[in-house]
Design a protein around this ligand. Structure first.
Ligand SMILES: [Zn+2]
Length: 240
């Protein structure tokens, strides 16, 4: 039976991802739109982005600093209120207790009604010929565990209560998805802002390379929802 979902009316949104640039690829057109509509949007980036460079002259430490600066610049373009970096090591993320505790603490501190994240079950796409990065899956799994039950239950991580981080209940999860989307956000008017935010990731995104595949992808997602351009999500609206 098809379940009737409530209207999507976010007021505080927390977008959680593994790497600097993930949120620009997956949800930045929507973020710009939500901010324009009056929502408060926060970013949480879980790894330090310290591995993805071909430049032999850059040390890991320099790369981490650069990734922070670029992520903050992208967030500023979109009107994001805050960016939190957890700086877990890039590349070998595990959905472990430390990561779940860190994400839980941020959820309790910022109290979002909506959490945007990657899809923990998206492992590969035969259609697009790609394997989804380990960090994307493990961060998403940790984020989902943090939303429920860890952020909600006061007996989970009791040390957080000592820091004034009270239990918090998230109402909606949107998992960024281009293959299995059930929910679409119209980004027709914010697509170019998305491109600008992506271009802020100068050290890892060549905008002239990504535009030729992001344009048709946003168009074909839009077509499914009757918009010129869209971003797609799997929507999980929590009943309990
Ligand atoms: Zn990534």
């Amino acid at each position: 039976m098809e379940r009737e979902l409530p209207l999507f009316e976010p007021s505080i949104i927390l977008c959680i991802a593994a790497h600097p640039d993930d949120l620009e690829f997956g949800t930045s057109g929507s973020v710009a739109k939500w901010v324009a509509e009056g929502a408060v949007v926060h970013y949480l980036v879980c790894t330090d982005g310290s591995k993805g460079s071909d430049d032999p002259n850059l040390t890991s430490g320099e790369l981490i600093k650069l990734r922070h600066v670029e992520q903050q610049a992208a967030a500023d373009i979109l009107g994001v209120t805050s960016v939190t970096f957890l700086d877990h090591e890039d590349g070998l993320t595990e959905a472990n207790t430390a990561l779940k505790r860190d994400i839980t603490a941020v959820i309790r501190r910022l109290k979002p009604d909506t959490v945007v994240m990657q899809d923990p079950l998206f492992m590969y796409s035969a259609e697009f010929g790609m394997i989804n990065h380990n960090d994307h899956r493990k961060v998403a799994e940790s984020a989902m565990d943090a939303v429920y039950p860890l952020a909600r239950d006061h007996l989970s991580f009791p040390e957080l209560m000592g820091q004034g981080l009270e239990p918090h209940k998230v109402k909606e999860i949107l998992m960024m998805s281009f293959e299995k989307a059930t929910f679409y956000v119209d980004i027709s008017t914010t697509f170019e802002t998305k491109m600008k935010a992506l271009a802020a990731h100068e050290s890892q995104v060549d905008i002239e390379t990504v535009r030729p595949w992001l344009e048709p992808t946003s168009k074909s997602l839009g077509k499914l929802a009757g918009y010129d351009r869209a971003e797609g999500f799997i929507r999980l609206s929590m009943r309990l």
